[in-house]
Ligand binder design. Sequence first.
Ligand code: GDP
Length: 538
Amino acid sequence: MTDISAPYPPELMRDVARRRTFAIISHPDAGKTTLTEKLLLFGGAIQLAGTVKARKSARHATSDWMEVEKQRGISVTSSVMQFDYAGHTINLLDTPGHEDFSEDTYRVLTAVDAAVMVIDAAKGVEAQTIKLLDVCRLRDTPIITFINKLDREVREPFDLLAEIEDVLKIQCAPVTWPVGMGKAFRGVYHLLEDRVLRFTAGEEKRTEAEMIKGIANAQLDELFPMEIGQLREDVELIQGASNPFMLGEFLAGKQTPVFFGSGINNFGVQEILQALIDWAPPPQPRVAGTDTEATRMVQPAEEKFSGFVFKIQANMDPKHRDRIAFFRICSGRYQSGMKVKHVRAGREMKLANALTFMANERVLKDDGVAGDIIGIHNHGQLQIGDTLTEGEALGFKGIPYFSPELFRAARLRDPLKSKQLQKGLQELGEEGAIQVFELEGGNMLLGAVGVLQFEVVAQRLKDEYKVDAIFEPADIHTARWLTFPDEVTRRNFEREQVMRLGKDVDGNPVYLASTRYNLEVTMEKWPKVAFHATREHG
Ligand code: GDP
């Protein structure tokens, strides 16, 4: 039975409305892992604090190619976790914090509808925060801000808000406000609900914080004689001078609601979850190209299934030795065993045994709607940016490749292994671990955003492809993807610039400039040729 008054299936609309899909962004050490853990704790996805951290180190201990990770003590890979909270299904996409893997992080951010930005209250806005926020801004992703570590001696809250506004160019709307800090951290005052939540340290298990209603409440004078005066002054100032929270501005990515707390003490975390449920958007419509070249908005509650691959990860579990394609559902419903169209390959494929990654283990999933992330076993058939649909030839937009800033030429120690090298680099390139360019004459050039990517690739070539490769510095400053106005221009350009041309893993032409000057001169000489610093997948 169809309800003609509703354009979309009501059950699908209901399920989509309950989804929240977000990522946590932060500079390393601001407290992302800790916050993730506490959120999972609230969601009942894990019972005890320490699980996520333990998992981090268990992964290190068991996986071999992640040896680099272990040595450097950083987290390279990212994962997806789903949990339920207050009648909602929440998808949390983890992002690697290290700047060398920002490309991967960028792509993860294309798959979310909101982000939580964690700021270390002692340090304020840091380099990686700025970069990540820039990426969020490309899609006007709504941002919730969590200012962390109030249990330490930190900077003045007004000072922090001013810095966020100045540096990140986003308006702050404080929602909670700290009462004291460091040893004298007493809790937070909720500006919209006029109540103080009392801080107690060391809450490993989820508990409700004690609540004191009303800022004028005499109980507050009794409990916090040293801090209450400052709080009342601050609040007066905020009410006079700062922006009130406005949902529309938040959803447009122009204003961020700000919360203060201490992740490690499990304090202020529940407010973040509540904000996600109350204010963060459900799965949003997405622009996709169609086979007629035109674009259309794909609505999340459309009956027909669609979505795209935003990440490919190898060897999640070393025992399985497989690769997983992370796929964001954009419309319709995933059902195990369904047949879908692989748009780029132009053929049908069966989708079964998709995975979600709940807390600790892999769980078979047989249902999913827009906003959910499913993991598809990949044997090379899927690439980043690939779209799967229930028949329509769609191509989702906006999953970027960035122009690499570092280049190395790959050379073999054993020349007989060139087939393996080729295969390994092709696969790692498709996966997005590194960018691979083929030069005139067949040599392979690697491009990365961060130098650690080369180490990971060298290690993986050794372990997975049994290839011992040396990466030598290459005399290249930057790469630009090329598009030509017509065939004649293309041929002329290629003839003249043959020494500076390469192809990416998908066969797209790339200009490899030796210096900034070289790039400028060539661009001036060929005004009709377009030089792109980023390229969209697919
Ligand atoms: P990530 O690199 O952003 O994932 O940060 P982590 O969650 O690993 O935290 C970095 C460090 O800060 C760890 O030593 C945490 O124990 C510590 N930390 C996290 N949250 C808090 C907090 O609220 N207060 C204090 N004092 N330390 C915290």
